[in-house]
Design a protein around this ligand. Sequence first.
Ligand code: AMP
Length: 208
Amino acid sequence: MKLVFLGPPGAGKGTIAVKAKDVYSIPHISTGDLFRENIRKETELGKKVKAILASGDLVPDEVTIAMVDNRLKEDDASAGFILDGFPRTIAQADALMEMTALDRVVNFVLDKEEIVKRLSGRRVCKSTGRTYHIIYNPPKVEGIDDETGEPLIQRDDDKEEAIRNRLEVYEASTAPLIDYYRQKGLLVDIDASKSPDEVLSSMVEALR
Ligand code: AMP
């Protein structure tokens, strides 16, 4: 199954992808995670994109497309994948079409007020990328990762100014992909306002 997860930041794409990858036995490929891993390891790519991620702007298409093209050539992606956070522009979507044919594009639908609530309450474990929410999905001990015991942090781009910018970038550059994929007959709309397990099961049902 070759899937793209589309939707605004904070709609829960990553949370659902972590669960869905086991349902379908396919890798979860998050471009945001790949960039953050490069930043953590201080690679050349990481140095190039660090300030861009902190601001909430998009990394240039050619850099992002090359990274995804390489990742999709790895063995584990040959039978299928969940692309989370890619494509985010029409140019990226055109490039993806050249790389492979998709089965479906899942569009996670959530209103703006709820998006801001989710993003501003999100906390992450820096080393594992595991995410929590201070109200909806709190850790067992406040501010501490359940498994590693490390302190949780707030992503720079989950701070108010960057959230506003990310939503503007989403509207301007990424939302047009909804029509792009609808016209190709690939789009499946999913109500993302429910709990992760409810969202997962309605998606699995819709993809059947
Ligand atoms: P995410 O974790 O998906 O919210 O992505 C975090 C940040 O990584 C975004 O705000 C962008 O700066 C960058 N990024 C992730 N995916 C892409 C993409 N497909 N194109 C450009 N920039 C991206």
